[in-house]
Design a protein around this ligand. Sequence first.
Ligand SMILES: NCc1[nH]cc(CCC(=O)O)c1CC(=O)O
Length: 312
Amino acid sequence: MSREIRIATRKSALALWQAEYVKARLEQAHPGLKVSLVPMVSRGDKLLDAPLAKIGGKGLFVKELETALLENEADIAVHSMKDVPMEFPEGLGLYCICEREDPRDAFVSNTYESLDALPAGSVVGTSSLRRQAQLLARRPDLKIQFLRGNVNTRLAKLDAGEYDAIILAAAGLIRLGFEQRIRTFISAEDSLPAGGQGAVGIECRSADAEVHALLAPLHHIDTADRVNAERALNKHLNGGCQVPIACYALLEDDELWLRGLVGQPDGGELLRAEARAPRAQAEALGVQVAEALLAQGADRILRAVYGEEGHP
Ligand SMILES: NCc1[nH]cc(CCC(=O)O)c1CC(=O)O
């Protein structure tokens, strides 16, 4: 194999881990292939203090990587599927979804075993409106406090005593070797994950057939069908992981089971819908569950979130 594959990646520990993972898998699938990393800083990494819903939300973490692909400074970009927008620039597309890591949210605390063990008034760190809505619906007595930054920063803030507990994606903790810090894996029933959570996706130039072929062995069809159903729901609601939308698909034999949720950030109202469909109809299923949420008033909740000033 004569050509080199250059991987555009953000510089956070998790992004680098995921890029190294893809590099290792490519090298394993294609002995002799040369693979290198092209680390870069994204807008989302520079703006660590603002609630994501307020600073342009979607695409914050991927734009710089896409520019690198379009300008032929890199050949593929590795993303957390949770952060990947629905639309791609002309000439780019998502050509590979790798096998999903544990998609659940994780409860992390130096003092308490679980959400249920938290005393009234405890301070829980998260900046995800999706997590906040579901937490407060169950435990309106908790105080949610803003928490952003990469995984290591968030753990350091917990250790500094700023929070009684924090909620993070289990996948990021596991990948970075922090699995032992997880006190409880929160079930999908208690915290429905964000669409795409735990899955890594690879974007590249649509015309680059050679790269498409090289990526094929890394594509995990079960993960892709599930994530495609979730993304179709998000797309229909015009949302991503920065708004209080959750969606999670499971495969049971060849049938997809998709659950969706839209929540008021204060937990006052959680709308839920679910449906099943053959795996070949992932996208239609996503639209169907999104429509069921809209019929219950999801639009009203989401409009209020997008329009709101100040507090998330
Ligand atoms: N929005 C940040 C982000 N994007 C992906 C992950 C975790 C890894 C994954 O979901 O694959 C995280 C951190 C978190 O939510 O705790």
